[in-house]
Design a protein around this ligand. Sequence first.
Ligand SMILES: Nc1ncnc2c1ncn2[C@@H]1O[C@H](COP(=O)(O)OP(=O)(O)OP(=O)(O)O)[C@@H](O)[C@H]1O
Length: 592
Amino acid sequence: MARGWYGSEERRLAWGLTALVLVLTLAQIGTALRVNAWHGDFFSSLEKRDQAVMAVQAWIFPALALLTMALAVAQLWARQILALSWRRWLVQDLQGRWARDARNYHMGLLAGAADNPDQRISENTRWATAIAVELGTSLLYAVLNLVSFVGLLWALSSAVSVGGLALPGGMVGLAVLYAAGGTLLTWLIGRPLVGIHMARNQAEADHRFALLRLRENAEAVAMIGGGADEARGLNGAFGQVVGAMHRMLRRERHLMWIGSGYGMVAAAVPLLLASPSFFAGAIGLGVLVQLGQAFAEVVKALSWLQEHWPQIADWRSHVERIVALEDSLEDAATLGRQGGITLETGAEALVLEGITLRNPAGRILLDQASARIGAGERVLIQGASGCGKSTLFRAAAGLWPWGEGRIAMPAREETMLLPQRPYLPLGTLRAAVCYPAEAGRFGDAAIAAALTRCGLPALAGRLEEVGRWDRTLSLGEQQRLGFARLLLHSPRWVLLDEATSALDEAAEASLMRLFEQEMAGATLVSIGHRPGLARWHDRVLRLEGGRLLSSSLPPLPAPGRVRVAHAHAVPEQRVVARPERARGLGTVQPAR
Ligand SMILES: Nc1ncnc2c1ncn2[C@@H]1O[C@H](COP(=O)(O)OP(=O)(O)OP(=O)(O)O)[C@@H](O)[C@H]1O
C-alpha cells in the first residue's frame, strides 16, 4: 500500500510529508530531553536551596512548555495530513481500478472474490492509513526515545549500587528484561486479536450491506410485508458484530491487566532500587528523579509492541481486507483477459464465428454458432428463458469470459445497448438522459424533443431536478428515457435487451417506430419475448439447443398485423437484405 504511493506521481508530497513528520518528531524528542534535564536542574536547585538557580529554571519552564505544545500541535497536523493524503491516493487508486475495464462486473463473476468492496474502499482504507501513520510515528518516537534515554539511564545507573554491588548499565538490563517479559505475555494473550478484528470487520460489512439491500429493495419488501423478517435478519447481522466486539473487549481487558500492572511497577522499581544509593549520599534527589524518568521512558520504548498490540491487530485486519481486494482486482482483470472469445471492433457488420458460450458452471449455452448481421438489418433474437440471449450480448460487449470463438463488432462509439432497466446515474435528470455523454453535451431543445417523442413530455421541464430517478420513474418510464437517450446519441447500431418489456403494445409500437422514422438508418438487434416485436424486424435468430437458427420474416404486413417467423428455420448462413419500408408517421403515446 505504501510503496504504491511513495512511488506514484505524488511521491514528492508523500516523501515531503513523511520528512516533515520525522523532523517534528525529532524536535519533540529533543524537547522531551530538555524537559528531563530541566527536572534535574530544578530539583537540584531545590535540594541546594539555591533560589537564584530556581528562579532561572522557573523562567525556562514556560518556554519549554510552549515549545512542547507547539510541536505537539504541528506534529499532529502533519500526521493527519500525511494519513489523509495517503488515503486519498489509495481510495482513488482502488476505486479507479474497481470501476474501470468492467472489473467490478468481473469481480461479481469471480467465485470467492473479496466481498463488500465498498466497505473496503471507503472504510478500511481510512483505518489502514490512519493507524499506520499513528503506529509508524509512535514506533519512531519509541526508537528515538530509546536511543536518547538509554545512554542517560546507563550513565545515571553507574552511580547506583544494589546491595553494595555496583552494576554499570544494570538498570538498562533490567528495563530490557522487564519489557521483554511484558511483550511475550502480551503476544501470548493478544495473538487471537487479529482474527477477532477480522471477524468484526467482516460482520460490520455484512450488516451494512444488509441495511443497504433493504434500502434498495424497500418497495418490494414493503409490498410483500417482509419488514419483520428483514428486522430479524438485520438483528442477526448486527448480533455478529456484537459477538465479535465482546470477544475483542474480553481480550483487550486481559491485556489491560498486564499493561497497567507493568506501568505501575515500572514507575516504582527504579526508585526503590536506587533509594539506598540516595540515602548513602551517592546520588542526589535530582539524579534519583531523572533516573526514575529515564527508566520509565526506556521501558515504555521497549514495550512498544505490548502497548500497541490491540491497535496493531485492528490495523492488520484492515490491511488484510484491502490486500484481499487488491488481489481480487487482479484476479478480475485476469478473468476479463482470459476469455477465449476474440473481440474485434470497428467492423462493418456484427459477425459471430464459431462462438461457444458457457455459463459459470460450465453448461454450454451456445455451441460453435456463427451468424452475420449486416449494417441496416433488423434482427430479433428469440429463445427460451435462460438459454443465453443476454449472455450473447455480454459476449458482444466483451464482458463474458467463458467461451471461445470470434466476434467482430462495429466501433464502440457507434453502438448503444439498452438493457431492460437502463442505468440512471445519481444527479440531475439532464445527466440521466444524456448518459453516458456529459450532461452538457445536448441542448435543452434537443433533450425536450427527445423526451416528448418518447412519451415523456412532462419531464422536459424538470431537467435540472436532482433525484433518484431509478426510484421515482416507473420501469416503463425508465425504458422510455432509455429510448430518448438513443435518439440523442443516434448510434448506428442499437442492441435492445427486452428494452420495451414494461410497456404496453401501443407504447412499444410508438418507440419501435423510431427505427422507421428518426433512426431509420440504424441497425437493430433486439432480444424480446413478445410476438408483437417481430413486426419491427426483418428476421429472427432463434437460440435453441445451443444453435442459432435464422428465419427471415415475411414482407411487411399491413399496419397493426403481427408478423410471425417462417416455420422452416435454418442454421444461420447468409444475410437477408432488409426490405425497403415506407410507413406513415406514428403517433406519440405519452406515458403520463
Ligand atoms: N453472473 C452469472 N452467474 C451465474 N450464472 C449466470 C450469470 N449470468 C448468467 N448466468 C446463467 O447463464 C444462463 C443464461 O443467462 P441469460 O441471462 O443469457 O439468459 P436469457 O436467455 O437472456 O434469459 P431471459 O430470457 O430470461 O432473460 C442462465 O442459466 C443464467 O442463470
